[in-house]
Design a protein around this ligand. Structure first.
Ligand code: OOG
Ligand code: MG
Length: 262
């Protein structure tokens, strides 16, 4: 760890203020080029602590940068992990006010809900599937607090991996009934299909995203608790949106989920 606690707290406040006031900022590694992984997760943990202190509930976890499409789009090569707060949740078919966000983008994702705890090291896709209660379609709305969505891995981890809003809906499916690698997704913007993919785009198998998350948490003595919603990461590139746009994700056999921007 290269940062002292006062600096971690100041950076967490700066990034969270940007989130809450819909303002952008320069990436923090511009000022702290030595920022390490521990520093980055310490800043994210401090943002989480600030929210919990204000009475916000943490309602889920997410993996990001888990597909080649996303890694290529953002110019990075390692998955990252973040948390979902209660007010990130938007009802299926609901609306999001553009003035609350900076420059949102939408990603089609497979959401998992666990029925047993997952703890690393050694967590694998078999353990994840055995611990999965059900899967369902999800749209994640990411909104990097960094200017022009430009960042490096440590800056994005500190910024809670651009987390902003999410919508789950459609049907729930028992994981044993599907080959998650070939589960197809179509993302539509205003009725036009704009991105396509299948589950295998996420690390070869989307359950691998949860295995990696459990293994990462295991290093810190933490786990994915039973009953946790986990977003496994964007299957395709993220799609930019503006006021007036309607986004729909259609997932093979699992129905659809929509959100609109105003
Ligand atoms: C980082 C968050 C990525 C995903 O699903 O890949 C993410 C970003 O691209 O801003 O949520
Ligand atoms: Mg995502």
């Amino acid at each position: 760890m290269s940062l002292d606690i006062a600096t971690v707290e100041a950076l967490a406040e700066r990034l969270e203020d940007c989130e809450l006031q819909a303002r952008d900022t320069l990436k923090i590694t511009d000022d702290y080029p030595e920022l390490g992984w521990e520093d980055a997760y310490a800043i994210q943990d401090e943002i989480r602590r600030r929210k919990i202190d204000r009475g916000v509930r943490i309602v889920g976890l997410k993996a990001g940068l888990t597909s080649h499409a996303k890694m290529r789009q953002m110019g990075v090569n390692t998955p990252v992990f973040g948390f979902l707060a209660d007010y990130f949740s938007v009802p299926e078919g609901g609306g999001i006010a553009m003035r609350e966000l900076i420059h949102p983008k939408v990603e089609p994702e497979i959401a998992f809900v666990t029925k047993a705890a997952l703890r690393g090291p050694g967590c694998h896709i078999g353990a994840v599937l055995a611990a999965t209660d059900f899967i369902m379609p999800a749209l994640e709305i990411i909104d990097s607090r960094y200017r022009d969505f430009k960042f490096d891995l440590k800056s994005v981890v500190a910024d809670n991996c651009s987390s902003s809003r999410f919508v789950v809906g459609g049907r729930i499916g028992a994981p044993a009934r599907f080959d998650l690698r070939t589960l197809g997704v179509v993302l539509e913007k205003n009725g036009t299909p704009v991105a396509f993919g299948a589950g295998a785009a996420v690390l070869g198998h989307p359950a691998q995203a949860l295995a990696m998350l459990a293994n990462e948490l295991g290093k810190r003595g933490e786990e994915i608790p039973a009953g946790t919603l986990v977003l496994s990461g964007g299957i395709t590139e993220a799609v930019s949106v503006q006021a007036g746009d309607n986004l729909t994700l259609r997932m093979q056999s699992l129905g659809s989920v929509s959100v609109r921007f105003y």
